[in-house]
Design a protein around this ligand. Structure first.
Ligand code: GLU
Length: 516
């Protein structure tokens, strides 16, 4: 069997959309699973859509996800260069070959002439006229002009394109791994431009020439390219490469959360979730949020994306990249569109956070802690992490939800205090503070036992004292295990906070501001 070679072939026209990441992922998984080669090819021939920084963004995103290509612009390889703008000569040679074989022709028509042609056909009732076997006959091209006229025009440098000569009236079919047999009639197709007026190849030409020369065995790409594939098949035929044509697999669309229509970059801003792997500042000043900056683990985004349009069957949903490599089969990719569900992305992230070791999570949150407080006490942060692991959905939640471990600068949840602060409360809270003060060692199981005994001995209810204790110590009702939190905060600070609460709560109860 041939060694599998797959390519991810993005155009540097902006930041990599999450759909592009999924395309890269499926290519990567197949290559890894089959011991094949994963190639990065930059398709940058459309200079009008070129965006500075996009290629660097794409590479950074791939490396954040751990999908490093074996061949590519930075890695090199036996089939380079891997940037299409550096392969112009090759495309020109290949087009020359098609011209000589009579499979392509030169066309000198101006955009105005083409527009006029289309209008004239529309007036005759043709719905969407195109440059094809019927219309090309009335146009200025090397099929209608005499050889000497063509020669003169070319010699004088007349602007022109080279088009693929599509023979009408043929049924052609190819096999798509996901969709099965796809049939089309050549009568439906236009004579696609292969080489543009500026000498640059079009996507179709460059893509096919490169896939052939780079010995690509599988083309795995988004569904939006399915309609281009008939032309690609004709190109393989025209070159005489049909026997070496790669296997095609067109991935289902990623749909909006509503399930209606394709997920777009504007949906991210509209619904407030990321649709890009990393932040991106567009040239017009628009800021696009990235999964990375939203506090996602790359492994969680990968897991989430893997399941957008594929599943291994069975119950297991949480997979590492290595595990995905094991179970990935393109046969399990579905045909129908996959709905983007941000809550599901958060769930995957939470699951991946829970699977991390303390050391791993520490590495992920330490910069956030450092920048929030200006200091970083590693052993202290590592004590807090196990408490928070099940409680945070994103890394960004770590700092806001652990404030009370690091600072005294937080406000009390006043509503609960007003509800719970009763006549007896000061006496009880003070008594509890006093017993806690004498507790040694100040550790969670002992604190818990002591609080329970205290409640029982004083015939109190949990509801009468626990909320006050929690808010006094942390400011809020939401939070991790209180006894463990107290152990980490330590006796001294816990006692100080309770003293502060004893002063602040009556004022809050009375409706005033707490002294802070
Ligand atoms: N350059 C195309 C893109 O931006 C590649 C499509 C393909 O994989 O053939 O997606």
């Amino acid at each position: 069997m041939k060694k599998i070679r797959v390519r991810f072939a993005p155009s540097p026209t902006g930041p990599l959309h999450i759909g592009g990441v999924r395309t890269a992922l499926y290519n990567y998984l197949l290559a890894r699973k089959e011991g094949g080669t994963f190639i990065l090819r930059i398709e940058d021939t459309d200079r009008t859509r070129f965006v500075t920084g996009a290629e660097a963004y794409i590479k950074e995103a791939l490396s954040w996800f751990g999908m490093v290509p074996e061949e590519g612009p930075d890695q090199g390889g036996a089939y380079g260069p891997y940037r299409q703008s550096e392969r112009k000569e090759r495309y020109r040679e290949q087009v020359q070959m098609l011209l000589e074989k009579g499979k392509a022709y030169r066309a000198f028509d101006t955009p105005e002439e083409i527009a006029a042609m289309k209008e004239a056909w529309q007036a005759k009732g043709v719905h969407s006229p195109k440059y094809d076997a019927v219309t090309r006959q009335s146009m200025r091209n090397s099929l209608t002009l005499s050889p000497s006229e063509v020669e003169e025009l070319v010699a004088s440098g007349a602007p022109h394109v080279v088009r693929l000569l599509v023979d009408p009236g043929r049924e052609v079919a190819f096999e798509d791994e996901i969709r099965g047999e796809v049939r089309f009639s050549t009568s439906e197709l236009d004579d696609k431009v292969l080489l543009k007026g500026d000498g640059m190849p079009t996507y179709h030409l460059a893509n096919v020439v490169d896939d052939y020369h780079m010995k690509i065995t599988h083309v795995i790409r988004g569904e939006e390219w399915l309609s281009s594939t008939p032309h690609h098949v004709l190109l393989y035929e025209a070159f005489g490469w049909r026997a070496e044509m790669p296997v095609f697999a067109h991935l289902p669309l990623i749909l909006k959360p509503s399930g209606k229509g394709k997920l777009s970059k504007r949906d991210g801003a509209k619904f407030g979730f990321p649709v890009f792997p990393m932040d991106w500042e567009a040239e017009d000043g628009t800021h696009y949020l990235g999964f990375r900056e939203a506090g996602f683990l790359p492994s969680a985004v990968i897991n989430f994306l893997a399941f957008l349009g594929w599943n291994p069957g069975g119950e297991q949903e949480i997979f590492t990249m290595e595990e995905l490599v094991e179970v990935f089969t393109p046969q399990n990719i579905v045909k129908s569109g996959a709905r983007f569900d941000y809550d599901k992305a958060l769930w995957f992230n939470q699951q991946h956070i829970m699977k991390c070791t303390v050391e791993e999570l520490y590495e992920m949150v330490k910069d956030r802690v450092q920048s929030a407080y200006g200091v970083l006490d590693a052993p202290y942060v590592k004590e807090i992490i196990p408490l928070m692991q099940e409680r945070i959905k994103t890394l960004n939640e770590f700092v806001p939800s652990t404030r009370f471990f690091f600072t005294e600068d937080w406000a009390y949840e006043a509503k609960m205090i007003r509800k719970k602060w009763k006549e007896d409360s000061p006496r009880h809270l003070k008594a509890l503070k006093d017993v806690l003060q004498g507790l040694d060692p100040f550790e969670a199981p002992a604190i818990e036992a002591m609080v329970r005994d205290f409640i029982q001995e004083n015939a109190l209810s949990f509801g009468a004292i626990m909320p006050l204790l929690r808010i006094g110590l942390t400011g809020t009702m939401k939070g991790p295990d209180l006894y463990k939190s107290m152990e980490i905060i330590g006796r001294e600070r816990s006692i100080q906070r309770l003293e502060r609460a004893l002063e602040a709560f009556p004022a809050i109860k009375a409706g005033g501001q707490h002294p802070g």
